[in-house]
Ligand binder design. Sequence first.
Ligand code: TXA
Ligand code: MG
Length: 317
Amino acid sequence: MVFGIGSNIEEAALFLRQGKLVAIPTETVYGLAGNGLNPDAVLEIFKVKSRPFFDPLILHISSTDQLKSLVLSIPEPALKLAEVFWPGPLTMVFPKKEIVPDLVSSGLNTVAIRIPDHPLTRQLLQLLDFPLAAPSANPFGYISPTTAQHVADQLGEKIPYILDGGPCKIGVESTIVGFENGKVIIYRAGGTSIESIEEIVGKTEIITSQEKPSVPGMLESHYAPRTKLMAGEIKELRNKYGTEKTGYITFRNYIPGIDKNKQMVLSPDGSLDLAARNLFSSMRLMDASGYDLILAELVPDEGLGRAINDRLRRASK
Ligand code: TXA
Ligand code: MG
């Protein structure tokens, strides 16, 4: 397939109205988007990603008004969270209306929805009269793309258009939140910190990782480079496993005594936001550098650090 990369939202809209797929920029990662109400387009998303059908998709919308057409009810805490965090890196799970194809929700009676915060994609959504189903635009199980080039490298041949909105400003996927028996549940740590969510709705329950997921998609092994990766306390890992053919991803400092060319520092100033923004591109670069092993340092487990550590742990399974 001959594909294009550009920032033409009219062209993107044209393809999407025809049931074709377009990669879209969001503030978190790039998405592989199709008409979320068209089962053929949704099927194509699963095919292009080689994604198993048990892993449900997120619908992207442009306004809370649009939400009402897709869901049966909106719990009180969801209203508050939408008010504070939308548009933004927060996905919420609602009981779905019939109009949402079963393929989107993998047969669940709930659907995951968010309003993304990227100017191009918001304009695009406003041109369309349907929501966009969009998983991250990477082959299933691999690292999510945070630039248009990442998408082109892996899926370029399979889709007609990549909407280039520059590098993603958050860099890790959205936080996923559900509502069960009056409780707010965190299914995936992400770009909206759990601390900031708890400021709005009080204590949450965190069930982000399971061997045998009760909710499809909470897979242990994910976001993984092809090269073996191990995450933990970096000096300990280095002493145990480091060889000449090891690459290192560290949080804020180079490890003394190791060639700097073999190291990537995520955040020289120690900010977790910057570390999140650099995480996936650093993993991709390391993966392309011919190492036998990548050792990665876990970051402080707070704010966006939880999402970073979650991705590093899943990459190391
Ligand atoms: O930041 C993001 O969320 C990015 C951008 C493109 O929006 N999207 C993304 O999608 O990360 P994806 O497909 O890689 O992850 C979607 C995850 C599923 O794996 C599953 O864990 C969760 O969303 N999910 C979807 N529907 C759900 C549901 N009904 N109940 C619980 N979790 C659900
Ligand atoms: Mg993904």
